[in-house]
Write a protein that binds this ligand. Sequence first.
Ligand SMILES: [Zn+2]
Length: 211
Amino acid sequence: MHLIFLGPPACGKGTQAAILKKEHGYYHLSTGDLIRKEVTAETELGRKLKVCIETGALGASEIVNELLKKDVENHRQMGILFDGYPRKQDQAEFLDSVIKENGSVLKRVFYFDIDANELYKRILGRITCNDCSIVYNLQTNPPKEEGICDCCKGQLVRRNDDNESVLKNRIQSFFEETAPLKGFYQKRGILTVINAIAPVELVTEQIISAL
Ligand SMILES: [Zn+2]
């Protein structure tokens, strides 16, 4: 019984995925994490993927498909939460075939509804702890004390690798290529639209009540 999270960068789906993983035992399949792992290991796939990441392009479907298929097979016994995949129609169809091959079903698709201006505000508000790497957000998840980490009292800084233009490209691509998948899943009666501007706990409630 698998789930999909559809949403642009900074919509809060990573936070929700972590909650579902911890509280409900889902395997969190983040294609972003799979890609980063491959890049770090400097495999041939990793080198090709690095170029895509640097340009913020969503291409290289075949490489991502290959990574995805392998990971689904490795976790076929678990409920899988797909995060960052599918991004396009052809990937949605590919995912259907992979799920079917593994004898499972897609139970529900959650669309994180949020507009681009809100996302830009969130991106600009991101700060990270220098010591323990926890991410805060001045808009949605501020630290208790300004500039200081709640957990370790470390100093909070703006991360350099939050490359704004890359994120903006990814947001734009989401609305052009991924958002139309909403209709694809709606027709099948498995789509739930989430108000992603709500506070974290209320977003979680919306998800749990639709499971
Ligand atoms: Zn810290």
